[in-house]
Design a protein around this ligand. Structure first.
Ligand code: RET
Length: 232
């Protein structure tokens, strides 16, 4: 059924609104980067400029009804999301890792696992046969588990009295939101349970919370903790 498998007016509106939110957020983080008084605050601001600009690009491509392929079952598959996630989720993990003050080697490990998670989601979503779809999904979840272990448990060893509160909040926020993504994936690209318009709605809400709000918390709400983060 065409309405269910395609983006209709509501979906287009969600996509343009989210595009606008990403552009405004990128501009706010840019101003924060220019005005930052310490290099650490500037670093966190710049990471968020990149995250929101990349997301804005993906949202524009989807709002213009590009950035998708049509699967053999007739449903639109928006690969633009995965280009966005492949670039922005490592940056979000880099941001959280920098807040914890862990070294480059552990950051590298988290980012590599994150890439595996996103790319398996892409191949799972592209697959039309049901078997491979869920095998890919399982593999993505397998990559997600060690990421959760690293940020929820291992990274805590690196915290100091100044960063502990900020990290605990940001880490909890990230984990709660990131756990919703695979569920949403199961209902959309994986299981086709909900329509493409609702797919956009839920991913728009998640992306604004996981990128703009997450970044604003780090850069604005927890600004005073940033100079105390370890590393360069
Ligand atoms: C997939 C499917 C494979 C299994 C898992 C997934 C997790 C995705 C996540 C995405 C997070 C995206 C964010 C985007 C923008 O801010 C790829 C859906 C575990 C956690 C935070």
């Amino acid at each position: 059924n065409a309405e269910y498998n395609n983006t209709n007016t509501p979906g287009i509106v969600f996509l343009w609104v989210t595009f606008g939110i990403m552009v405004i957020s990128a501009a706010a983080f840019f101003i924060s980067a220019i005005r930052a008084r310490t290099e650490k605050i500037r670093k966190f601001s710049v990471v968020n400029v990149i995250i929101c600009s990349v997301a804005a690009t993906a949202y524009m491509s989807m709002a213009y009804q590009q950035g998708f392929v049509r699967k053999e079952n007739g449903r639109q598959f928006y690969y633009a999301r995965y280009i966005d996630w492949a670039i922005t989720t490592p940056l979000l993990l880099f941001e959280l890792s920098s807040l914890a003050g862990v070294g480059h080697t552990l950051i590298f490990l988290a980012l590599a696992l994150d890439e595996v998670m996103i790319i398996t989601g892409l191949f799972g979503g592209l697959s039309v046969r049901r078997g491979p779809t869920w095998i890919w999904f399982g593999m993505g979840c397998l990559a997600f588990l060690p990421i959760l272990y690293l940020i929820a448990i291992h990274y805590r060893k690196y915290l100091n009295e100044h960063t502990r509160k900020a990290y605990t909040f940001q880490c909890s926020w990230l984990i709660v939101l990131w756990l919703v993504y695979p569920i949403c994936w199961g209902l959309t690209d994986g299981g086709y349970i909900i329509s493409v318009d609702y797919e956009h709605l839920w991913f728009c809400i998640l992306d604004v919370l996981a990128k703009c709000v997450f970044g604003a918390m780090t850069v604005f709400a927890f600004r005073s903790a940033l100079p105390y983060t370890e590393g360069y």
